[in-house]
Write a protein that binds this ligand. Structure first.
Ligand code: SAM
Length: 268
């Protein structure tokens, strides 16, 4: 046995006594990386809106369609903010299926996401996958991360994907503006974003999350339009999420089945 000093084991506080958005989402979608506080929150919100799981699955499906669409437009670099606990297929799997050389940087501020992402997110040998822990509310720190600059070439177009994430940010406009600022012409912004204008249960859901320490902000169409100021909105514009280029095999959902709008814009 070696006498060499051992590296200290650092305790990480995963705050398992309180719900976290990534883990509640994981539980509702059938994942295993969650704790009692997350499951309790999930049970309460599902009791009020049993269709929430359908809405969340529709969000994943929309993310897949957007990733394929952007890859089809020739985009080969992605910054995905608010990654979530990995659940296959993740964005890089969809993208690298068509473009094995594509590069994806995942960003999240949740430690559990970080631990799983490091273990599970491996891509093709031709491409690059990286994971950084950063908070979207401090975009300058996120943009200054050395790993981001190692993987992403800021002289070439980038897709900034912010999927089911902006509801956790009070000043979404400031964050989106800051993250788009360094991206060159031909870059894209892809979002799915909760609103109180579609599913009638949305406001109660937001109140429940907020009361449990996960502040949730809902946006109307006008506010979402402003996020795309200076960008060219791609067809079909800002639409209820299931209407964003539905796949031929996807069951059409009514507008009230989800609480999300979806849109993609291009930086001219
Ligand atoms: C509802 S999940 C969405 C995951 C994935 N984008 C998807 O659509 O399947 C929201 C994610 O955003 C992350 N998140 C919440 N607030 C954040 C912040 N301020 N900065 C970075 N990530 C954040 C959570 O940890 C969680 O993983």
């Amino acid at each position: 046995m070696s006498d060499a000093p051992r590296a200290p084991i650092t305790a990480i506080d995963l705050q398992t006594d309180r719900p976290h958005s990534a883990r509640v989402y994981d539980y509702i979608m059938g994942g295993k990386d969650n704790f009692a506080a997350d499951r309790d929150t999930a049970a309460t919100v599902l009791a009020d809106w049993p269709g929430l799981r359908t809405s969340m699955l529709a969000n994943r499906a929309c993310m897949h369609r957007m990733a394929r669409h952007l890859t089809g437009l020739g985009v080969r670099q992605f910054i995905d903010v608010g990654t979530g606990i990995p659940s296959s297929p993740n964005l890089h799997e969809v993208v690298q299926d068509t473009a094995p050389d594509a590069r994806v940087v995942y960003v999240d501020n949740d430690l559990i996401v970080l631990m799983h992402a490091r273990a599970l997110l491996t891509g093709t040998p031709q491409g690059r996958i990286a994971y950084i822990q950063a908070d979207m509310r401090t975009p300058e720190a996120l943009l200054g991360d050395p790993t981001l600059h190692e993987v992403i070439d800021f002289s070439r177009p980038v897709a900034l994907t912010v999927i089911a994430m902006l509801q956790f940010v009070e000043d979404a406009q400031a964050v989106v503006d800051a993250l788009l600022e360094p991206l060159p012409s031909g870059s894209h912004l892809a979002i799915t974003i909760p609103t109180d204008e579609l599913a009638p249960e949305s406001e109660r859901l937001a109140r429940e999350y907020t009361s449990r320490g996960i502040p949730m902000y809902l946006r109307g169409r006008a506010e979402i339009e402003r996020l795309f100021t200076g960008l060219e909105l791609l067809d079909p514009g800002i639409v209820p999420m299931p209407r964003w280029h539905p796949g031929p095999d996807e069951r059409p959902l009514p507008d009230t089945a989800t609480n999300m709008y979806a849109a993609v814009g291009r930086k001219p």
